[in-house]
Design a protein around this ligand. Structure first.
Ligand code: PXG
Length: 439
């Protein structure tokens, strides 16, 4: 048998240019606080919170110890027809920080699973109430809702959809909210664009409200390159959904747990959805976990079934896995004790000024920000879309000891929420140098 122990061939990497990577690998071997350490011993400043998930900073002792303790005490407990006390505790703790009345929590293992679960709950909810014709799902162009079939069907990113066949039927999309000419260099929420929510009325006319189960949107689109909702836009979506009995699902996998300067995007933007998907920051990235939060009335609609019947035929072997629950409880403890969400709100103005200081650099065509997240959009190199941004990513990683994310020609910054002003200065200064060097 071939000895593969020393090659990179066997691991088929996700969302990665495998051949390019394996020629010049980028490897992390440890992490602490705001930094990774690479295999060549460099300390790399984390401008991406891993993949938008390490909100409380890396390798928090409280979380590591909670996981280790639980691994020795309760390694696994069946998820169906059996519980363990900490799972109930975690659901209660989440309910306490979610907007009222979202206080029923379903546990899963990733953002993608949270999305599938929310979509299924939405359709089953209408069926449970005798509105079984409401099966249609509406997403939004440029939306990212993970990679499973439901998620890519309601998702709006072409490359994530095009290779995978016809996807779910009965899905449609409202238009996205980005218009450079109307909102470039907005600070926080753009003034322009609330009317774009009326696109939902177009789909209601086309399909009839009686066939539509739910609309799913990210309050702030993350993966598409940090697209901030226009003022009044989410409020208007809420009104239209209410007028037509359509459930509103907020995918808060990125916006949850402090990123925007409140516990959840729902609070930041002042709009309470019917269902919310969570993952990433829920465990600080330390153990995979996701969740769906539902308004109590949605849960209650399922509880009319005769007692002793299973109300929802859905769940995963690892739903509310003890190690994930332990990590989540420790993570919520840090968020609370360290006042992480409040800290984001305090630092956000400094962050905003810092990222907008890049505005006059060559090739920069837009900068967008909210909370502790920013998107910096660059003029593409002619005939080579995404090459400029990816070049900057590589330069930052290999030469400047800074980790960022890119999508197309957009640079995304979403650091751990524990960063200090000096990290902001360093991150923005380094990125500015890299943008100039690539121009
Ligand atoms: N919904 C949203 C809004 C997300 O951002 C998912 C669902 C899927 O979560 P899982 O845990 O299944 O990956 C996500 C994930 C990036 C990037 O840099 C974004 C995500 C994942 C990886 C990279 O844009 N978001």
């Amino acid at each position: 048998m071939a000895d593969l122990s020393n090659t990179l061939d066997a691991f088929w990497m996700p969302f990665t240019a495998n051949r390019q990577f394996k020629k010049a690998p980028r490897m992390m071997v440890s992490a602490k606080g705001m930094h990774y350490t690479s295999d060549d011993g460099r300390k790399i400043l984390d401008g991406a919170a891993g993949l938008w998930c390490v909100n409380a900073g890396h390798c928090r002792q409280e979380i590591a110890q909670a996981i280790a303790r639980e691994a020795e005490r309760l390694d696994y407990s069946p998820a169906f027809q059996i519980g363990h006390p900490n799972a109930f505790r975690l659901a209660n703790e989440l309910a306490a920080i979610l907007p009222h009345p979202m206080d029923r929590i379903f546990f899963v293992n990733s953002g993608s699973e949270a999305v599938e679960t929310a979509l299924k709950i939405a359709i089953a909810y209408h069926q449970a109430r005798g509105e079984g014709r409401r099966t249609r799902l509406i997403g939004r162009e440029k939306g990212y809702h993970g990679v499973n079939f439901g998620g890519i069907s309601v998702g709006g990113m072409g490359p994530n959809r095009k290779s995978f066949g016809p996807l779910l039927t009965g899905v449609d999309h409202i238009r996205h909210t980005y218009s450079r000419q109307d909102m470039a260099f907005s600070r926080g929420q753009p003034e322009w664009g609330a009317h774009l929510a009326d696109d939902l009325e177009r789909l209601v006319l086309l399909h009839d409200a009686s066939t539509i189960a739910a609309l799913i949107v990210e309050p702030m689109a993350g993966s598409a390159g940090v697209i901030i909702p226009p003022k009044g836009y989410l409020e208007r979506l809420r009104e239209i959904c209410d007028a037509h009995g359509i459930l509103l699902i907020f995918d808060e996998v990125i916006t949850g747990f402090g990123r925007t300067g409140a516990s959840f995007g729902a609070q930041k933007f002042g709009v309470v959805p019917d269902l919310m998907t969570l993952a990433k920051g829920l465990t600080n990235g330390a153990v995979p976990m996701g969740a769906v939060a539902a308004r109590r009335q949605i849960y209650d609609a399922f509880m009319d079934a005769p007692e002793g019947t299973i109300e929802l035929f859905h769940g995963y072997t690892y739903s509310s896995h003890p190690l994930a629950v332990a990590a989540a409880l420790a993570t919520l403890g840090i968020y609370r004790d360290d006042g992480i969400f409040e800290r984001v709100a305090e630092l956000a103005p400094y962050w905003e000024d810092a990222v907008h200081s890049l505005r006059d650099l060559p090739t920069v065509i837009d900068i967008r920000n909210i909370g502790l997240v920013a998107g910096i959009e660059l003029e593409p190199i002619e005939g080579k879309p995404a090459a400029r941004a990816f070049g900057i990513f590589l330069d930052c990683f290999h030469e400047r000891d800074l980790l960022i994310r890119t999508t197309g020609d957009i640079l995304a910054l979403s650091p751990p929420l524990i960063l200090e002003k000096e990290h902001i200065d360093q991150m923005v200064g380094t990125l500015g140098d890299a943008i100039k060097a690539a121009a």
